[in-house]
Design a protein around this ligand. Sequence first.
Ligand code: PMP
Length: 394
Amino acid sequence: MTEEFASRVSITSKSGLNAIYPSHDPEMISFTGGFPDASLFPTKELGDSFQNVISGKQTPFQYQIGEESEPLRNQISQLLAADGTQVDASKIMVTQGAQQGLDLVAKLLINKGDGLVVEGPTYIGALAAFDAYEPTYYTVGMEEDGMNLVDLKKILIQQHVKLIYTIPDFQNPTGTVMSLAKRKQLVELANRYDVLLLEDAPYRWLRYEGESLPTLKSLDTQDRVIQLGSFSKILAPALRLGWLTAGNDLFERLQELKGGSDLETSSLMIQTVDYYLTHYDLNEHLGKLQKSYQVKRNAMMNAMERYLPDFAHYTKPQGGFFTWLTVPEDLDLEKVQNNQLKPSFHVMMIPSTNLFPDKTHRNGARISFSNVTLSQIDLGIQRLSNGLSSGYQK
Ligand code: PMP
């Protein structure tokens, strides 16, 4: 039977996406998924909002053919404007999470073999979405201030690239922020080499220190930036709500493609979040999230500083959910991880293998601090440290 599957299936099935889901083993400390802390969900407020939606309309359960999204699109437009990004509500599409945006943009632009630049490492779910369209990947290494633009330029000179995918704020998986200078240069490069940019920004509003930098979208003067946002990390992922903004032509084509995929995003969820944003204070909620995640970030940094062996390096994120661990090239973190799964270790991370399109990088790992307790952070990094030290002796 498998030989009847489309060629995209064999590529996508190797994405390793399952690795982001936490283990059911209660002893396991899981630094894997980019899951928000469930104790921070505004459960009562979202519940009240949902109740209000279903009791307030005659046919809340009917198809709405997109009509119900306008108030939420206006609210998103205002949120973006308050953050320095001017986007008309008519150019905002409410998607089923940012994940659907990744799929739609690749569906719009990528024919088999088309050039697609990604950061190395990058978001595992983006690779899973893109793989299905069988792009030719060009991977640009990550530096402390964002992707290496010297390497990017070389690629743009030599290859035909259609799209550059980037996560400028608290990148998944490295936690780094692209500097202002690089943001400006990246937009200039995209203009000069006539390439589109896909800016994925689900962690943007989870900054724990330092000043926010302008979005690529706000620096864009040629409608080259498609920007994705999400309510998953700032409200709750089960809403499955995100948004996409793009210039005129692209936007219309994307809308057509979305119709073919799902007809419409759940109008119940759209109205629930609209009600939430109208009746509750998102900024106050964000303040709560920032404080709480900052404490976890600090605990993770302290534990890493205290326990990790000298040969291990890690990023110091100013926001988001992740830090990126790097060890010498001869230490394979996939192997360390497998040893860690033995009962005595019991700690999990996401090794770098599946976070690069070529799957050859073995000495990095994403470590998430968002969905673990402070004591799990401390104990988990001790276990990891033991695993690294014993892995290095072999
Ligand atoms: N982009 C990035 C960088 C992410 O980390 C995630 C979720 N982990 C997504 C997109 C998808 O998020 P969602 O579909 O839940 O909005």
